[in-house]
Design a protein around this ligand. Structure first.
Ligand SMILES: Cc1ncc(COP(=O)(O)O)c(C=O)c1O
Length: 464
């Protein structure tokens, strides 16, 4: 999306050109150039522009993987010309994708991992759309069979990632999002039940809430829905948004039941490109059984002389990230993922402890029992003369991107700051971060800004 005003762009079309000593001629920025440019010069030009982007390794806002092994780069390069949808032309890539589906189904304790359905996606957002559509279709069919109206579906969730409101708007589903209340920043079984009725297509707990990194109580919500079914006959399925947690809980919280061990969980999504350690462009949606993915949504594509079932929002798509995901599975196995995830979590707990020692913050998530990382707010009654937005701004001077943001509806008053300790943020780098935080706090205490930054003036960023 363009970040310039229309006037700026129009002005640019006439005025703005690239000019550099290695270029044989000035190049327009907003018009297709008339002349060709030497590849080395064109490369240098684009490469130099990208220098202005933040350094992704220091971007502690993102859940996405920013460090990969050299072998992953090689495989990505080898797959650059392979289209994942061309199952007939690239059957081995299709086979690799299918193996990943079954490995994940098994990892998430699917009762029939060898025969269930699942698909790769570009990330959890696409996986959420596909899982949401499957829920809506299953519900519609059930309503029609019972001779009941099927025009007003709703979906119940806690404070979800933006992909769910998007799903709801694009696919005409009412989103019943449970707002935060006081210290309750996640969904609770009681709040879920208050919002369920016979038009509820499903409930979506998040395993690793984007705002707080904490797990929502999947098992407790499932038990409440079991009781509801017993009392009223309403049978409401669960879909778990395990964008990050799907690649964390199996390795460091193995006794936590959140997955297909719970009979009510009919589907799960996760981002391969987050704690799955694949490069960007890899997500997964897996169903409990083949029957949980409505047949009407599945298309058949010719594959090795047979037919391959596909379920996707895209058609053409690069396959490299999926191949790299498979590489990671083969390369790391359960042992490697466990080691890496445990390390990430221990760095998160260490950062949390150091942040607490700074004395002016209150931890909201201390890195224990959820996604590797931590989250804090300014200690109640504390007025150090600067805001978390000022601190985030000051840390940018050292290249660190540590977002400050308000919590979602009902607790917008609570401004927090969050760090994700992904693979690649070593204990050594985390030590440097803490040093820079100490210095930033000292600097801001000695030189309090005359006008503190706010969400608006800081140009806040939160995400993904
Ligand atoms: C809980 C949750 N769901 C979905 C998403 C979207 O994932 P993706 O960026 O892979 O589309 C995110 C991203 O951070 C997330 O945290």
């Amino acid at each position: 999306m363009a970040v310039h005003s229309k006037e700026e762009v129009l002005q640019s079309l006439d005025d703005q050109v690239f000019g550099a000593s290695f270029l044989p001629h000035p190049l327009p920025k907003y018009r297709l150039p008339t002349q060709e440019t030497d590849p080395a010069a064109a490369y240098q030009l684009v490469h130099d522009e990208l220098l202005l982007d933040g350094n992704s390794r220091q971007n502690l806002a993102t859940f996405c993987q920013t460090w990969v092994e050299p072998e992953v780069r090689k495989l990505m390069d080898e797959c650059i010309d392979k289209n994942l949808i061309d199952k007939d032309e690239y059957p081995q890539m299709a086979e690799i994708e299918a193996r990943c589906v079954h490995m994940l189904a098994d990892l998430w304790n699917c009762p029939d991992a060898a025969n269930t359905q699942g698909c790769s996606t570009t990330g959890s957002s696409e996986a959420a759309m596909l899982s949401g559509l499957a829920m809506r279709e299953r519900w519609r069919k059930k309503q029609r069979q019972a001779g009941k109206p099927a025009a007003e579906p709703n979906l119940v969730c806690g404070p979800v990632h933006a992909c769910w409101p998007r799903f709801a708007r694009y696919f005409d589903v009412e989103l019943r999002e449970i707002p935060c209340q006081g210290n309750r920043l996640l969904m609770s079984p009681d709040e879920v039940l208050k919002r369920c009725d016979e038009n509820t297509i499903g409930v979506v707990p998040t395993l690793g809430v984007t705002y707080t990194l904490q797990y929502e109580p999947v098992r407790e919500v499932a038990m409440a829905l079991d009781d509801l079914e017993e009392e009223s006959g309403l049978n409401i399925p669960l879909h778990v948004d395990a964008a990050s947690g799907g690649f964390i809980a199996p390795f460091i919280h193995p006794s936590l039941p959140w997955d297909f061990r719970i009979a009510r969980v009919k589907s799960i999504n996760a981002s391969g490109h987050k704690f799955g350690l694949a490069p960007l462009g890899c997500g997964w949606a897996i169903w409990r059984s083949a029957g949980d993915l409505p047949e009407d949504l599945v298309f058949s594509v010719k594959y090795l002389g047979g037919n391959m079932r596909t379920y996707a929002l895209n058609f053409s798509r690069p396959g490299g990230a999926i191949v790299a995901q498979y590489y990671n599975f083969v390369r790391l196995g359960r042992e490697g993922y466990t080691k890496i995830t445990r390390d990430c979590a221990s760095v998160g707990m260490w950062v949390a402890d150091q942040v607490k020692k700074l004395g002016i913050f209150e931890l909201i998530y201390d890195g224990r029992g959820g996604i590797p990382g931590c989250m804090w707010t300014m200690r109640r009654g504390q007025n150090p003369g600067f805001t978390l937005y000022d601190l985030a701004d000051r840390l940018r001077v050292k290249g660190w991107q540590v977002p400050a943001y308000p919590m979602p509806p009902n607790r917008e008053d609570l401004v927090v700051q969050r760090v994700l300790t992904r693979f690649g943020l070593t204990r050594d780098l985390a030590g440097l971060l803490i040093q820079d935080m100490q210095n930033a706090v000292k600097h801001l205490t000695r030189n309090p800004p005359s006008k503190s930054l706010t969400r608006q003036s800081a140009g806040g960023y939160l995400h993904s």
